[in-house]
Write a protein that binds this ligand. Structure first.
Ligand code: ADP
Ligand code: MG
Length: 608
């Protein structure tokens, strides 16, 4: 007979290859066991990135003598009472983590359970168990893993640097800490403190502790439910963003999972308000009946499979979009605080960075709110028209760096959230006065947002008006690029962009959106559109695709800085911003305005 049955140790070593690929994975398994044991405090100490030594101690319910012997066996678990893999209520259920870790290291466990009150200790060397001996351990469990992978030299060779391992350990501990705010966590490396989180009541407090206070200050609460699937958590305002998508966390029934689904949803939800190179920070928690999700698709349980992924996707996107729209008029208060901090430093050099109490204007403003009747609708409309008139680049002579300063406005206009325009400085910044402070508007950023929203409204209503070109623009490109664009020609045509094949490797642009006519570099536009089309995955709904394209077009089409505006135009811009969804940030997530309250200003001058 050629076939032989592998010995138990080899089987466990093979399993270990999947379950614990690196120290951080072993720590995840040990900490999850502590959470499952009901611990309220968990301490982790590592040496040499965890490769030399890992110690995880908890104050959970501990193990009896019999359980201590059994816990090291493969497929031995206390967490699956029945025969049904759909009834998983703990983080663990496969009963193989301890067996796997023990197979490739020198492991020892000390434990005392709450009931019989006796402490025990066992050790295990490359899968060989020792006798159980009494121990004076206090209640809870302490597991020490020495020389991980020493029994599998091949795996040992493939470990990364200690530094990389330490980073991975920190990452996993932060994720666990986010999932279990009521548990205190401490991570030390060779005795030196790396992370420390106290037990906390609310999720927000823990997220702020882990992701930073700025996140806490700039997060929108997410709460939604559909067909028994509950979504909660916090997502950063569009103006609070990072250069990587790394700070986007999804927890499914308490497990941190890496799921492409999340990133797709986040992109779709923020597409309108954030440049595609920027990424929001967020932590979302999905809680759903165990039967709705299969957690048994990955040995380290880092991936899950939903019974109805479309439902989950829809829920996440719509909840995020709703929050973004509700917070749309708001900009990150950190932006203001930073500005204020910088201002403080540059003027007096001694002011502490002020942050916290948000100087942001009220969230919702409605024309019928009764707070500001005098600045009449007609007036705003008229001003609006003249504002629209300058949309195509007009040749107003510019008065470089000369501020246009306006007279003291009537009290009523100051009641508008963005106040009354007082001056335009550096041909791009509108300074407006509110009842209790001032607002500085970045006219270019604001206008970009308005153009985009107008594009969208226009398109929804009647498709975008187009302007035929007298002589078509010929744009050369690779054959496959031309084909990709042509594939989308019908939707582009709805957007006012008419393209036709021109030989094999060029396109002829026959018409452009009227709003862009004469003001757009068609070649650059086509290549930006190509980037958009390549990035979006095919399953994304058409509207998202169109909106992304609109956003690109709006950026090309909006009024650059350097336009001198009249008082009416400035006020019209402010009023339009108040009326426009998401006007607190441009399409790239930069804020369109910052506010300073009188209090802030007084602080700057040390008056408080
Ligand atoms: P699983 O977690 O899938 O059950 P493990 O190999 O991780 O498998 O653990 C085996 C068993 O050992 C657990 O079911 C649990 O009963 C026990 N155990 C492990 N760690 C602890 C701990 N820190 N406190 C109490 N019991 C533990
Ligand atoms: Mg386990």
């Amino acid at each position: 007979m050629q076939i032989r049955y592998l010995p138990e140790t080899l089987i466990n070593q093979i399993a270990a290859g999947e379950v614990v690929e690196r120290p951080a994975a072993a720590i995840k398994e040990l900490v999850e066991n502590s959470v499952d044991a009901g611990a309220s405090a968990i301490e982790i100490d590592i040496a040499e990135g965890g490769l030399k030594r890992i110690v995880v101690s908890d104050n959970g319910r501990g193990m009896s003598r019999e359980d201590l012997v059994a816990c090291l066996d493969r497929h031995a678990t206390s967490k699956l009472p029945g025969e049904d893999l759909l009834e998983i209520e703990h983080l663990g259920f496969r009963g193989e983590a301890l067996a796997s870790i023990a197979a490739v290291s020198k492991l020892s466990i000390r434990t005392r359970d709450a009931e019989c009150g006796e402490g025990w200790e066992i050790s295990c060397d490359a899968g060989k168990k020792s006798e159980v001996i009494p121990s004076s351990h206090p209640q809870g469990t302490r597991i020490e893993v020495q020389d991980l992978f020493y029994a599998t030299p091949a795996r040992l060779k493939f470990q990364k640097s200690q530094r990389a391992e330490e980073m991975a350990v920190k990452d996993i501990v932060t994720r666990l800490a986010m999932a279990f705010p009521h548990v205190a966590f401490r991570l030390t490396h060779a005795g030196e403190r790396k992370l420390h989180y106290h037990a906390m009541e609310g999720r927000k407090a823990r997220l702020a502790a882990v992701l930073g206070r700025e996140f806490g200050d700039n997060a929108m609460e997410i709460a939604a439910e559909r067909d028994g699937v509950v979504l909660s958590g916090f997502a950063g305002l569009p103006t609070y963003h990072r250069g990587t998508a790394q700070y986007q966390y999804l927890f499914v029934n308490g497990r941190c999972v890496r799921d492409k689904l999340l990133h797709g949803c986040v992109r779709a939800a923020y597409a309108d308000v954030l440049h595609r190179d920027r990424h929001p920070v967020l932590a979302l928690f999905l809680d759903l009946p165990a039967a709705e999700v299969d957690v048994n698709v990955h040995p380290a349980k880092a991936e899950v499979r939903f019974r109805d992924p479309a439902l989950v996707r829809g829920l996440i996107i719509s909840a995020l979009k709703l929050a973004i729209h509700e917070g749309g008029f708001q900009t990150s208060n950190t932006v203001t605080s930073h500005a204020l901090g910088a201002l403080g430093r540059s003027t007096t050099g001694a002011l502490p960075l002020h942050r916290g109490n948000s100087p942001v204007v009220p969230l919702h403003y409605s024309r019928n709110s009764g707070m500001s009747p005098v600045y009449s609708y007609q007036m705003a409309e008229r001003a609006h028209e003249s504002y629209q008139a300058f949309l195509p680049e007009a040749s107003v002579p510019s008065a470089r760096a000369e501020a246009v300063v306006l007279a003291e406005p009537s009290q009523d206009i100051q009641d508008f959230p963005l106040g009354a325009a007082r001056a335009q400085i550096h041909e791009n910044y509108i300074v407006a006065q509110t009842r209790d402070g001032l607002v500085i508007v970045d006219q270019h950023a604001a206008h970009e947002r308005l153009v985009y929203e107008r594009f969208k409204a226009q398109m929804a209503e009647k498709g975008v008006a187009r302007q035929g070109l007298l002589t078509p623009d010929i744009v050369e490109m690779e054959e496959n690029e031309a084909l990709l664009l042509l594939e989308h020609a019908p939707s582009l045509s709805r957007l006012g962009l008419e393209i036709e094949a021109f030989g094999k490797d060029a396109l002829a642009v026959q018409a452009v959106p009227a709003l862009l006519s004469g003001r757009v570099d068609t070649k650059r536009l086509l290549f930006d559109l190509l980037d958009d089309l390549r990035e979006q995955d095919r399953t994304q709904i058409l509207e998202e695709k169109l909106n992304a394209i609109l956003s690109t077009m709006a950026c090309h089409g909006s009024v650059r800085s350097g336009r001198v505006l009249s008082a009416a135009e400035m006020n019209a811009l402010l009023r339009q911003m108040e009326e426009t969804p998401l006007s607190g940030q441009c399409n790239h997530g930069r804020p369109t305005y910052v506010t300073l309250s009188l209090k802030d200003i007084e602080k700057l001058f040390g008056r408080t």
